[in-house]
Ligand binder design. Sequence first.
Ligand SMILES: Nc1ncnc2c1ncn2[C@@H]1O[C@H](COP(=O)(O)OP(=O)(O)OP(=O)(O)O)[C@@H](O)[C@H]1O
Length: 505
Amino acid sequence: MPPLTDDAPALPLDAQGILELAARSMFYLFSSVSQGMFLVDLSGRIVWVNEGYQRFLPDLGFSSLDQFLGRMVEEVIPNTGMRRVLETGNPVLIDLLTNKAGTFVVSRIPLRDDGGSVIGAIGIVLFDHPETTLQPLISKFALLQRDLDDARRELASQRRRSLVAAAAGDGERRSKYTFASFIGSSPAAAEVKRQARRAAQSTSPVLLLGETGTGKELLAHAIHAASSRAGGPFVSVNIAAVPDTLLEAEFFGVAPGAYTGASAKGRDGKFKLADGGTLFLDEIGDMPQSLQAKLLRALQEGEIEPLGSNKLVPFNVRILAATSRDLAAQVREGRFREDLFYRLHVLPVRVPPLRARRSDIPALVESLGDDLALRNGTPPPEVLSDAMALLAGQPWRGNIRELRNVIEQAVMRSEGQSIDAAQLERILREAGVEPAAPVQDTSAVVVAEAEDESRYLRPLAEQVAELERRAIAAAMKAHGGNKLATARQLGISRATLYGRLENPE
Ligand SMILES: Nc1ncnc2c1ncn2[C@@H]1O[C@H](COP(=O)(O)OP(=O)(O)OP(=O)(O)O)[C@@H](O)[C@H]1O
């Protein structure tokens, strides 16, 4: 340590002086390391902006500092929390702020006079682009936000359902979607709805196959609602969400006093709760092997054995199952029982990914926007044509759930009602996705959809029947419903055409 000399700079000796020095040093430190700072007075008016902050002004919609200074903070910085700091005098040391200029990590600190009264506040942008500087934290935040949104939606729809059920004097286990809720008129969407409608008429098990977020659960509800069991309960179990050790009790129930700690009254399992209705087994590919054997036995015998009882109880339940895994591959790898697979695979319904039905994107976007508007009590967003083209071009790995998330974020960030492509590109990049090229004309995409090869991975007879149906429908349309002309064009007899029209299978 260098020796102190008389002319070495000295600390002030009084407490006030030290405090002032510390405050000044902190201020200069923040001013130089942060991305930007500004001050508001007690009324919330912007009174000072440092040089760093000025580069955010164009993204906030200002071309000069003069336009920004003197305005109320919430008028010029959407979603700011400065007002609350002024009102409560409590600092916010770290927060995430999202608005049209992007997402930022910010601090808000009240300024007090000598008597301790709040006289203004200082806003500090600690980091911009936190998605790169704070990547792990932001990913976790995005995940939590998604879960929270899902939970909120679920809660809201549960509330709606119980209100409807209460009004009808009914139980709560009802389906919440019908086929009308499944938005889409692309060939792939029409085909999956046709298959699902047909499944609703049958009593056999249905296996819904498709990537995550494609609408398998929605279709399970719709199948139940259109089936002869619609008056009965619709009960679902998400197998991936229940710990393996609890699944058996969840499925089959627990007999009264079955084990120490078990309730004296016992507990009904989902099979019992679904009696007379439909049991939806979501994420069936995640079922542990030991339970696969028990489920198979129950399905074969039509009876279940509640935990801790040695009595078999008959059940009357229709099974729908879904998975986003490749169940056939799991069978080949010995991870899923082949006999259970065939028992469930009676009526497979393949739910197409969104990228195989891009022409449905405009309708989906409109419906998701209406949904949001209803929830937030705002007018529906207007998705500009460049934004729609960008949405139509994305591969949507998370399918409709991911699409909804992007729309929600765009709505949250935009000040007006419209959503443009630049905004969406920013949101996609922040989520770690490099935006794919836009697709201007979604009607051209219908042709590309037909080329999606996964469509061909199903029984040939089914595909031939589908092609026949489409050819007949197109020719009938072209000839204004004239059957003779249709039959001629297709090179079939009129009797054959009548036969096909009456019995399209
Ligand atoms: N065709 C559609 N029209 C409107 N909304 C849809 C459509 N398909 C799915 N959704 C919505 O997208 C979300 C995801 O759908 P759902 O939960 O049914 O998918 P999933 O295939 O069961 O997903 P996971 O495999 O992850 O459980 C839901 O909020 C659902 O309402």
